[in-house]
Design a protein around this ligand. Structure first.
Ligand SMILES: [Zn+2]
Length: 205
């Protein structure tokens, strides 16, 4: 079975409780330190086996092998990928059964990250996630005052559109937001705007 490590929690000195996102499940598994492998890191894609345990309520994570991606040797890219994984872990906190969209999205990011700017790729991927979950608001209407937005579009958490004055934050030009929301392309934004968008992503998915 294959999955991305979403989170690890250390228990009993050196053992770990590991959350893994597979194609159709989020598994919580127990990893004995006795196995002495070091492949358990947040963001890693692993090939693994699940072992049922008669005594324990939590199944065991076994025969772990890391599947590496090129970008993982780039510390900065790995850092941003981990930020996104941690946000995703919080977002999926109560989830056990899951649509394969999420696993496929992480595969897509992992394959593209070597050649792409990390923040831009994560912002574009996040818009795909919002659309998949039916939370992408393409209508130019302020979520606070419910009136039309004529000028620049400010974005709140979850990329909710708003008037600049309603959320007291600087907006983005309409054309740029439209290309991002419709085509999932961030290319019209300058680096400063990308930083601002990424900060909104960091507020939580
Ligand atoms: Zn408003």
């Amino acid at each position: 079975m294959r999955g991305f490590i979403l989170n690890t929690v250390r228990v009993k000195e050196e053992d770990l409780v590991v959350r893994v996102l597979t194609k159709d499940e989020v598994l919580t598994l127990y990893r004995f330190y006795g196995a002495r492998h070091s492949y358990i890191n947040v963001g890693f894609l692993i090939d693994f086996e699940v072992q049922e345990s008669a005594k324990a309520t939590i199944k065991r994570l076994r025969n772990v092998m890391q599947i590496p991606f090129e970008f993982m040797f780039d510390l900065e890219k790995m850092l941003y990928f981990k930020v996104f994984i941690s946000l995703l872990n919080k977002h999926l906190i109560d989830v056990t059964k899951i649509d394969e969209f999420y696993y496929n999205l992480l595969i897509e990011i992992s394959k593209k990250l070597q050649k792409r700017d990390a923040k831009r790729l994560i912002i574009e991927s996040y818009v795909k996630l919002l659309e998949k979950e039916g939370r992408l608001h393409k209508e130019k209407e302020c979520f606070l005052c419910e009136r039309k937005i004529d000028k620049k579009i400010a974005l709140a958490r979850a990329f909710l559109p708003a008037h600049e004055r309603c959320v007291m934050s600087k907006g983005f030009e309409k054309e740029k937001i439209e290309l991002l929301f419709n085509e999932k392309k961030s290319l019209l934004f300058d680096d400063n705007e990308i930083n601002r968008l990424f900060k909104i992503v960091e507020l939580g998915l």
